[in-house]
Design a protein around this ligand. Structure first.
Ligand SMILES: Cc1cc2nc3c(=O)[nH]c(=O)nc-3n(C[C@H](O)[C@H](O)[C@H](O)COP(=O)(O)O)c2cc1C
Length: 198
């Protein structure tokens, strides 16, 4: 009996030790999102991607970080499309106004953005090129007006070849803006599928 108890205690200590060893490092949800006149949702005061980002951060216990550009984008939708299409044509790298503190302490980084012209806004590539993502997990999520993920996962792989890119999530902007129950269900299903340690 004594032997059994001793074994049990050793086993318990070992299993606690194991779980702390295998626990993941910190998780970051970094996102870019725009407010103002937006496709299919009118004039919004919280961006579609921001809404999804907050839900992911809340469900994963992650830190939340907004990627902001030095030059803000026009509130007017048509004006914004002109700026965005020019930046994409030029493969621009808009300067960022915000920087992640202690980036090295994160090993899993969700990266969220709208889809602009079938791609992430160019500011997302500025972000990807501003840090060392090698050995980290990147998990893309997007909101869109119909184009879905649009291959951003593949472009992230090209931008960060030494990171592991996990399966992304695409949510329609109108759903993000108007149907929190559906967004939560989608996020839950996706988090269960990608199986990150929380
Ligand atoms: C400049 C611009 C370009 C866009 N291009 C696309 C596109 O190519 N495909 C698409 O499905 N939606 C497109 N949209 C719609 C946005 O992806 C969608 O409304 C998104 O949810 C906006 O997210 P946000 O509120 O976080 O900025 C575009 C919107 C803007 C402003």
């Amino acid at each position: 009996m004594k032997k059994f108890l001793a074994l049990l205690i050793v086993g318990l200590i070992f299993s606690f030790g194991q779980s702390s060893v295998s626990a993941q490092g910190k998780i970051l949800v970094a996102y870019f999102s725009r407010i103002g006149e937006e496709y299919g949702v009118g004039n919004i005061t919280k961006g579609n991607t921001a809404i999804v980002a907050e839900i992911i951060a809340q469900k994963t216990g992650a830190d939340l970080f907004e990627i902001k550009t030095v030059k803000s984008y026009p509130n007017n939708y048509d004006e914004c499309t002109k700026v965005a299409s020019r930046e994409k044509a030029q493969n621009a790298r808009p300067e960022l106004a915000t920087r992640v503190n202690n980036f090295d302490s994160y090993d899993t980084i969700f990266i969220g953005s709208p889809i602009w012209y079938g791609d992430a806004p160019m500011a997302i590539y500025t972000f990807l090129e501003s840090y060392n993502f090698s050995g980290k997990k990147i998990i893309p999520f997007v909101t869109h007006g119909g184009s879905g993920l649009s291959g951003v996962d593949q472009r992230f792989t090209l931008a960060c070849p030494d990171a592991e890119i996990l399966q992304g999530l695409a949510v329609r902007g109108s759903v993000a803006q108007n149907n929190s129950v559906e967004v939560e269900a989608k996020v839950d299903e996706w988090l269960a599928k990608i199986k990150i340690d929380l």
